[in-house]
Design a binder for this molecule. Sequence first.
Ligand code: IPD
Ligand code: CA
Ligand code: CA
Length: 259
Amino acid sequence: MTLPTLADLERLARQAGQILSESYEKDHKVDYKGVIDLVTEVDHASEKFLIDEISRLFPGHSFLAEESGASADQTEHLWIIDPLDGTVNYAHGVPLFCVSIAYSYHGQVILGAVYDPMRDEMFSAERGKGSWVNGRPLKASTSDELQKSLLVTGFPYDSWNAKPSNFDFFVKLGKMTQGVRRLGSAALDLCYIAAGRLDGYWELSLKAWDLAAGGLIAEEAGALVTNITGGSNYLAAPISILAASQALHPKMLEQLKFE
Ligand code: IPD
Ligand code: CA
Ligand code: CA
């Protein structure tokens, strides 16, 4: 069976990104999956394009995709897809969103691509080989002081009532750093860690499609990527993330302890 290449993932992410950018300034049909969890027709169109195209190119491969879930037959070839990460931004006309595609072989993510169509930035990585933005190598921050760091986090769709509440950590770390951003796209948060634009990222209650590609991109850029308790398998449930420079990671871990 033919294995995909990084160029395949980049091409697919770019094509799906074009679907997002072409519809960006149009009116959207918004449906609600929860009180504040929305989905547009563009999420569905991007996902359908990706699943149809990957099934045509790689027949027999399996999927874990946000809008259609897991395919019935799970094989050693798994594509983990978020067809539009940053849907709330997208629906409001905030230009911070992306397509995220990861390919996992025998249970390990080995290829990832995250494409931001608004800035035409293609972030990608191949396990053991490195990560790149538009072909240029990525290098994570080497920051070692919380006080000199810029962090990012996010909140799940049940954040109004979630316990433990990430708002507590947001306040705590906001008072120890140069700031905590909330960009609204977990995949781009990880790519910005990979690019050294941000020094540390944490979030609770995520899904594999939010993190699979971006996690590999951040790891390959030299960031330390674990779950919120320091475990290395950040795609195992319950899914959470802590991605930071090597020196900052233990300092953030220390602050992110549940009472
Ligand atoms: C969401 C974004 C957001 C994060 C949420 C995710 P979606 O994904 O990545 O930044 O805070 O937890 O669910 O719904 O836009 O694909
Ligand atoms: Ca997402
Ligand atoms: Ca999504």
